[in-house]
Design a protein around this ligand. Structure first.
Ligand SMILES: CC(C)(COP(=O)(O)OP(=O)(O)OC[C@H]1O[C@@H](n2cnc3c(N)ncnc32)[C@H](O)[C@@H]1OP(=O)(O)O)[C@@H](O)C(=O)NCCC(=O)NCCS
Length: 154
């Protein structure tokens, strides 16, 4: 099966692309996407990757601090690429890369990269063990090492 490696799974297994269209109801009075709406989309995108990796239910336990330095406008297409960067026993770190695209000019802008932690849960809401992530490339090993350093783990 795609992305399976013995007991563990590769990044490919969790890689998820979510696409949203910014509508007037998503925006403030200047026509800029609301920060809370983007956070919601980021949370869902991260959860999809963590859920695909772990093969079940996950709950968000942490979202890294977020800065909104680049406005996104009504009519933009927002794409969120999410994937697992690190796994612990029951916890899973995901990264979500957000881009905004102007359909008229086809300009695509990088907005931000956010790390979130999810905990794998069973049907009763109890914590469950997650399959480990198997980093394959130098970039995936670098992401793993950086995540471990953020968590104070090896
Ligand atoms: C998810 C939940 C069941 C976990 O239970 P818990 O007793 O708090 O969990 P623990 O302290 O045992 O930690 C579980 C894992 O999360 C990790 N973790 C806990 N707090 C963390 C934090 N602030 N940052 C990063 N990792 C954290 C632990 O290191 C552990 O990882 P490991 O199993 O890989 O070693 C519980 O916190 C919960 O229900 N939270 C609410 C989730 C939710 O509703 N989220 C939506 C937003 S409201």
């Amino acid at each position: 099966m795609k992305g399976m490696d013995n007991e563990g799974k590769t990044r490919d297994h969790s890689l998820t692309v979510t696409t949203e269209l910014v509508l007037p109801n998503d925006a403030n009075l200047l026509g800029n996407l609301l920060g809370g709406r983007l956070l919601h989309w980021i949370d869902i995108a991260g959860a999809l990757a963590a859920s695909r990796h772990s093969g079940g239910i996950v709950a968000t336990i942490r979202m890294d601090p977020v800065e909104f330095k680049h406005p996104i406008y009504v009519g933009n297409i927002v794409s969120l690429t999410s994937y697992v960067t690190w796994t612990g026993r029951t916890s899973i770190e995901t990264a979500v890369d957000t881009y905004a695209e102007d359909v008229l000019t086809e300009e695509k802008r990088f907005i931000n990269k956010i790390y979130l932690i999810f905990v794998a849960l069973d049907q009763n809401g109890a914590k469950r063990i997650t399959p480990p992530l198997i980093p394959k490339t130098d970039e995936e090993r670098r992401e793993w090492a950086e995540a471990a350093a953020r968590r104070g783990k090896k």
